[in-house]
Design a protein around this ligand. Structure first.
Ligand SMILES: [Zn+2]
Length: 287
């Protein structure tokens, strides 16, 4: 069984990307796994601080370990956007494969200092855990937004180089036109996010490590392809799955007004989520 480091190195070499999808309950989890299994591709599942509080840290680890160790599936667990060393250490002790330490709302020197301390703390618990750091601000909320958050920034190649050299992170998350959440106009399909792919290529050159694109929901397909060719190794999609979950659930409840068995109501939501995950994985693994 390949490690996450090996899976990312192969994707990086071949200029493909690994899909990363968030979950906080079994409907989304099962949909993500079914999609990855159907396409025979490795996949990352992630839990933010809010999502991991809801599902429970040890339970998230047990779900992923069970599939990987008992069924041999290449599935990896990420502690998405972890904002304190304490929470990073909890995730490291629980057995996560990757931890994103996010101090990106701080000025660069503080971000570098805190991220370096997080890398040291995590590696002291388990040196095989991959640590991702983030430079630049792309908003925080994976929800439907009326307007773009204030203060969005773009990462420069110099910042990326300094950050990677001084923190020794394994993976870099840059700000390259991406944004967490989706605007209502994107949900309606009237517009899409566009990425600065020249910047991605320049940052890749400067950073020299695998890179993650956060906030992938609502991104133009051609931009996704160009970004992966330019050096993006992991793509995060969350809001699109949340929208699919809600739509599937609402339609199912409406179609079965008297049904109370969750296992009869929820498959419709799972089908909607799986459709989104499969289409994204197809694009990422063959850009
Ligand atoms: Zn993110």
């Amino acid at each position: 069984m390949k490690t996450l480091r090996e899976v990312l190195a192969a994707a990086d070499r071949e200029r493909r990307a690994i899909g990363h999808f968030n979950f906080s309950e079994l409907t989304a989890f099962n949909a993500i796994i079914a999609a990855a299994q159907a396409l025979h591709v490795p996949v990352m599942v992630g839990v933010s601080e809010g999502e991991r509080d809801f599902i429970g840290l040890p339970r998230a680890v047990a779900l992923v370990r069970n599939l990987r160790e008992n069924q041999g599936l290449p599935i990896f667990l990420n502690a998405d956007h972890t904002h304190s060393i304490e929470k990073a250490e909890q995730a490291a002790r629980a057995g996560f494969d990757e931890i994103i330490f996010d101090s990106s709302n701080k000025p660069l020197p503080e971000n570098i200092g805190e991220t370096r301390r997080a890398v040291e703390a995590i590696k002291a618990i388990d040196p095989s855990i991959l640590v991702e750091g983030e430079v630049g601000y792309i908003g925080t909320s994976s929800e439907i937004l009326e307007r773009a958050p204030d203060g969005l920034t773009l990462t420069t190649p110099q910042e990326a180089h300094d950050f990677v050299t001084e923190t020794r992170v394994d993976i870099l998350a840059p700000a390259v036109g991406n944004m967490h959440g989706m605007l209502t106009s994107m949900v309606r399909g009237e517009m899409a996010k566009h990425l600065d792919t020249q910047r991605i290529a320049a940052i890749k050159q400067a950073a020299g490590i695998p890179m993650t694109l956060h906030g992938g929901s609502g991104t133009d397909d051609a931009d996704f392809r160009a970004a992966i060719k330019a050096g993006i190794t992991i793509v995060h999609v969350n809001t699109e799955l949340r929208i699919a979950w809600r739509r599937g659930l609402e339609a199912s409840l409406k179609a079965r007004p008297d049904e109370v068995a969750p296992y009869k109501i929820l498959p419709a939501a799972e089908t909607e989520i799986r459709r989104v995950v499969e289409s994204r994985l197809l694009l990422f693994c063959n850009p």
